[in-house]
Ligand binder design. Structure first.
Ligand SMILES: O=c1ccn([C@H]2C[C@H](O)[C@@H](COP(=O)(O)OP(=O)(O)OP(=O)(O)O)O2)c(=O)[nH]1
Ligand SMILES: [Mg+2]
Length: 171
């Protein structure tokens, strides 16, 4: 089943820039181009303009993701991947690239596709401060803890999540 597309307003700041397009049906990302040619030495980074700005509907955000082909072929990464474009941002979308190849420079021509934009619905949350968090199977096991000794504490032990949240409403 195909869902209706979400409408996003876009402004071209450069008349030669193509409207971001999905390569295939079902693709998550629409490609962004750079309007400036650039050459990055190994380890060098740059903030590249894309020539577009957007107005996303409330409740959405757009994420600037790397293109895997450039990552595999040239070692190109996005410093802040994925870059977050807020619904209220009306400025030009920029792409913060870095050349991670230790030896080779990477060169872009004007209008080369350098990144892809993924538009997603995002939740807005309310934070409820509590003295103790409910238990969980993972508990405080952090990086690399899976597969070691068993986590202490059962699922949601000792606290009714909904009661804590709803019990505090109106306070
Ligand atoms: O890859 C990116 C990431 C962000 N932005 C724009 C849109 C986003 O809404 C704004 C701010 O980004 P972010 O919140 O990540 O940066 P910040 O350092 O937290 O800045 P601010 O204090 O303005 O929120 O910059 C881009 O154009 N490209
Ligand atoms: Mg921010």
């Amino acid at each position: 089943m195909t869902r209706n597309p979400v409408d996003v307003l876009i402004r071209r700041l450069d008349p030669e820039v193509p409207i971001p397009a999905y390569g295939h049906p079902g693709d998550a990302g629409a490609d962004l181009v750079t309007t400036e040619a650039a050459e990055l030495a190994p380890g060098e980074r740059a903030v590249l303009p894309t020539g577009v700005s957007v107005a996303l509907p409330d409740g959405y955000a757009a994420f600037v993701h790397p293109r895997s082909g450039l990552a595999a072929r040239c070692g190109l990464a996005l410093v802040n991947a994925p870059g977050t474009v807020d619904a209220g941002y009306r400025g030009e979308i920029k792409v913060i690239v870095v050349n991670l190849d230790p030896r080779e420079s990477v060169r872009f021509e004007r209008l080369d596709r350098i990144a892809q934009l993924v538009v997603q619905q995002v939740e807005r949350v309310r934070f409820h401060e509590v003295a103790e968090l409910p238990g969980s199977a993972r508990a405080d096991g952090g990086f690399g803890s899976t597969g070691g000794h068993a986590a202490v504490g059962g699922p949601a032990g000792g606290m009714d999540y909904a009661a804590v949240v709803h019990g505090r409403e109106g306070q």
